[in-house]
Design a protein around this ligand. Structure first.
Ligand code: AMP
Ligand code: MG
Length: 480
């Protein structure tokens, strides 16, 4: 296996990272390797070779790797904390022949200077969970970090719910710079450090900002735009991140750090799955508001470099931040219009969409199945038999008839925006329970079907179905 490492993050000043090697593990075993992704990354990899578990566990460092843990802070549920990679180790940046630069990170690779009281390890369940959901998100068309491999370490680790298998996930990301990395830079109290980080992030992700007269203002705007687009995509598929702390928000605009995340079954705007989110801070419909809150923390960090005059900085930050709700609204409405097969613009579209959401809420209808079957009414959903739904449907049909294109085109478009298959919570739990008992067959079956979420494949029928009452997952856990 060969990585083309070129580690630009090390050009940042020392406080931003700490060199650290993965801790040796006793008996690494491959659980899964993402062969499609290895090809996309142009890795010349033989999944059966003994080098594979050695590399994916961190026992062997490949040439060019310069492992580090990254420093960052974060607002966790509203409270500021010093953090940093406590169990993740960045092996290096792999550059493909297409010029893509990707972070290769081991998650669960042992203690680092930022581990605090943690053991630096990860459990098999949560690492497979991240693998499944991140790959599912990718195939749904949502920007996300990817998962390259999971190995077990051969060592037991101890968590709230008892003894479990230690595991390591190899994560691939455009970058791991978080809003929290900027909070860390701001806290260093030297504008030059902050500027180093901002220049680095701009160069890596938003090079178009470089030559503008106000690069940092444009950078802020670009980050806001990416987040608005990302959160609208989450809302489109019913994804609830669960821990949208500022340390879990990537500047690149990728979904990152899959913990107690989940997908809506029955629609409920106030839905919360995470056992630790007792106040519903990160409830489904709160996500845009919380993203805006996080972006305000981000904008604050940039104040020293937005303009020379502090008052002017504040005015710029407030004005750019103020654009978020309208930008989000625009992405969201576009996504929802697409879900309803609406391909042109009418003023009343927002009302039509909102009225549909009121019905979903009123009847707690399954989010995915309702949208997917709206055109054909092919499923015996109780909502389809309600008078107020039927009245709404007449309005919707007449809206579609006012488009220049035939209705079949609208329906086809709907199928491209309404997935048939999402990583349903109960299916994910089932797969993890089997994996815990070393049965990985269900994992592969689920991953196979998640690759084509917008298709109706016969062999994937089981993953389209909503949970039976006894299968419903009510709570998810961090399990870190
Ligand atoms: P997360 O909930 O995975 O986003 O993690 C929040 C913070 O806790 C990050 O700084 C992690 O590096 C750290 N952390 C989580 N689990 C562990 C662990 N087992 N050992 C050390 N640090 C950890
Ligand atoms: Mg995190």
């Amino acid at each position: 296996m060969h990585f083309n490492f070129d580690n630009s993050y090390l050009s940042l000043p020392e406080p931003f990272f700490a060199p650290v090697k993965p801790t040796f593990v006793s008996n690494p075993q491959i659980i899964i390797v993402n062969e499609t992704l290895t090809k996309e990354l142009e890795l010349d990899l033989d999944a059966g070779s003994p080098d594979c578990p050695r590399f994916f566990s961190g026992n062997q460092l490949l040439s060019g790797s310069q492992p580090i843990a990254q420093a960052y802070c974060g607002h966790q549920f509203g409270y500021f904390t010093m953090l940093g990679d406590g169990r993740a180790i960045l092996l290096g940046e792999h550059v493909t022949s297409r010029g893509e630069r990707l972070d290769i990170q081991l998650k669960g690779a042992g203690v680092t200077p930022f581990s605090r009281n943690g053991d630096g390890r990860a459990a098999l369940g949560p690492m497979l969970r991240e693998y499944i959901i991140s790959e599912g998100m990718h195939h749904l068309g949502i920007p996300t970090t990817r998962s390259l491999a999971v190995v077990t370490t051969g060592e037991n680790i101890y968590r709230d719910r008892g003894k479990t298998h230690g595991a390591i996930l190899t994560r691939v990301a455009q970058n791991h710079i978080r809003v929290g990395t900027f909070e860390f830079a701001a806290r260093l109290g030297e504008a030059s450090f902050l500027q180093n980080l901002a220049d680095y992030a701009i160069k890596r992700h938003f090079p178009h900002c470089l030559n503008s007269p106000s690069p940092y203002e444009n950078f802020l705007r670009a980050v806001i735009e990416k987040q608005a687009s990302l959160i609208a995509k989450w809302m489109q598929v019913g994804f609830i991140h669960g821990v949208m702390n500022t340390d879990n928000m990537a500047i690149s605009g990728e979904t990152i750090d899959y913990g107690p995340c989940a997908f809506l079954d029955n629609y409920d705007a106030a839905m919360v799955f995470s056992s630790i989110d007792v106040q519903g801070r990160y409830a489904f419909a709160n996500q845009p508001k919380m993203a805006h809150w996080n972006l305000a923390r981000f904008a604050e960090t940039l104040l020293p470099i937005l303009a020379k005059d502090p008052n002017e900085s504040l005015t710029i930050a407030q004005s750019v931040l103020g654009e978020f709700p309208a930008i989000f609204e625009c992405y969201w409405l576009k996504a929802m219009q697409a879900k309803l097969g609406i391909l042109n613009e009418e003023k009343s579209d927002r009302q039509l969409v909102e009225d549909f959401f009121s019905l979903l809420q009123k009847y707690h209808a399954d989010y995915t199945i309702t949208f997917r079957n709206l055109a054909a009414l092919s499923t015996e959903l109780p909502i389809f038999h309600q008078d107020d739904f039927k009245a709404w449907r007449i309005r919707w049909q007449s809206r579609l008839s006012r488009q220049p294109n035939p209705i079949e085109i609208a329906y086809r478009e709907m199928n491209l925006h309404n997935p048939a298959i999402i990583p349903r919570n109960h299916r994910v739990e089932e797969v993890l329970a089997a994996a815990e008992k070393s049965d990985f067959e269900p994992l592969h079956t689920l991953l196979h079907c998640l690759k084509t979420p917008y298709e109706d494949k016969e062999e994937c029928e089981q993953f389209k179905q909503a949970p039976r009452p006894d299968e419903i997952v009510e709570k998810t856990f961090c399990g870190t």
